[in-house]
Design a protein around this ligand. Structure first.
Ligand code: CUA
Length: 418
């Protein structure tokens, strides 16, 4: 017994250290599933805690009995021969009954949680149609007529009901911090819903594809933003509008805001300065580091960044239409751009990432993406646009494409799509 008394504190210390390192919170484990951010993961984590507790009790009781038996009844030199027995009805009934009771304690909450998380979404839920594509995500809000890509906004306190479909192969939708994970299956519609806690605050989370779906499965990412109801209302109202008309070059891209305020005759406070309402967008300055893409640029893909400053949105719009972009991309407000093969670009400039969440949405990355998306992302289905770039479909260099200067114009045009 002396030995047990010496090892017990060491064992206890090990358990405590393990328990402490497992509870580092959102900052140290940004993609952890052990959060209580939604009703869904609260239910699943509650079930997990319960199973862990029951399993630990069983483990401790069994191990204590085992170790005690091994030590107490070990063979001693010159000791008597052990008592020879066959069967013990009381013992056998007991060790069958106890596990049956334990299983009931496990089964009831497990089945309850399964039914709870598989039930149809409650009335009033916000429907978001999710379509998986090789290798990006389309999000459509039928209630508001909004289509976006790779970035999904959900208001806190309202159930978000994700209607999951795929355009091609199997994918799987998962935002680890928000709970749930469900497959997108061909010719079938799956559902997944959860309610971000009303007190969750404004935050950003990583989303992943969790079903192997081809060359860029690992590059099929998205971001989820939990926002306040008024922020969501502002975001969705602007996203539902057509793209703003642009008549500006890069130099004047920031619209001049009249600063004149007009005091009303009735003496009420002056009307706010007129400015184009671009709607709420999750502030770039508040993006947590772990949601920012860190993908390096391919070294062999060259682009003359100096020409970006000369980009012209009006010329870019023409290049966008002549350069084949409209074959795949829709822009609400551009009557020529109607295709839904690639991501809808109506408010592209309001997004923080591009290329299926793989790169930050800045001019440097966007220009290279337009020039040669296939070099930026393995298997990318976007055509190679840059003149002189190797096109694996043509099996040769692109001849009828865009020069760096023309790409800079397209960048300016897309940048005007706020
Ligand atoms: Cu889509 Cu893996």
């Amino acid at each position: 017994m002396l030995r047990l008394r010496q090892t017990a504190p060491a064992l206890l210390t090990a358990v405590v250290v393990l328990a402490l390192t497992a509870c580092g919170g959102m900052e140290s484990a940004p993609n952890s599933t052990f959060n209580h951010t939604t009703d869904f993961n609260t239910a699943v984590d509650g079930l997990w805690d319960r199973l862990l507790l029951l399993g630990t009790i069983v483990f401790v009781v069994v191990e204590i009995a085992l170790i005690y038996t091994i030590i107490r009844f070990r063979k001693r030199p010159g000791g008597p021969e052990a008592k020879q027995i066959h069967g013990n009805v009381a013992l056998e009934i007991t060790w069958t009954a106890i596990p049956a009771v334990i299983l009931a304690f496990i089964a009831v909450p497990t089945v309850k949680t399964i039914f709870q998380t598989q039930a149809p979404a409650p009335a009033g839920a916000l429907t978001i149609e999710v379509t998986g594509h090789q290798w990006w995500w389309e999000f459509h809000y039928p209630e508001y007529g909004v289509t976006t890509a790779n970035e999904v906004y959900v208001p806190v306190g309202r159930t978000a009901n994700f209607v999951l479909r795929t355009k091609d192969v199997l994918h799987s939708f998962w935002v680890p911090q928000m709970g749930g994970k469900r497959d997108l299956i061909s010719n079938k519609t799956n559902m997944l819903w959860f309610t971000p806690n009303a007190d969750l605050g404004t935050n950003a989370y990583n989303g992943f594809c969790l079903e192997y779906c081809g060359a860029s499965h690992a590059n099929m990412k998205f971001r989820m933003f939990t926002v306040q109801p008024d922020e969501f209302a502002s975001w969705v109202a602007h996203q539902a509008r057509p793209a703003l008309p642009h008549d500006s070059t890069r130099a004047t891209a920031a619209p001049a805001v009249p600063t004149v305020t007009v005091a009303s005759a009735a003496g009420t406070p002056p009307a706010p300065a007129m400015s184009p309402d671009l709607g709420y967008v999750f502030p770039a300055s508040e993006l947590p580091e772990h949601v920012m893409p860190q993908t390096p640029l391919p070294a062999r893909l060259q682009f003359d960044d100096a020409v970006l400053a000369q980009g012209d949105a009006k010329r870019g719009e023409t290049s966008f239409m002549m350069g084949g972009c409209i074959g795949c991309h829709a822009i609400n407000g551009n009557p020529m751009a109607l295709s839904n093969i690639g991501p809808n670009l109506t408010h592209f400039a309001s997004r923080h990432t591009l290329g299926g969440g793989l790169f930050p949405n800045d001019d440097r990355h966007l220009a290279r993406w337009i020039k040669n998306a296939k070099a930026m992302k393995p298997g990318a289905q976007m055509n190679v646009i840059g003149v002189g770039e190797y096109d694996p479909i043509l099996k040769g260099p692109v001849t009828a494409g865009l020069t760096d200067a023309q790409i800079a114009d397209v960048v300016a045009y897309l940048r005007s799509l706020k």
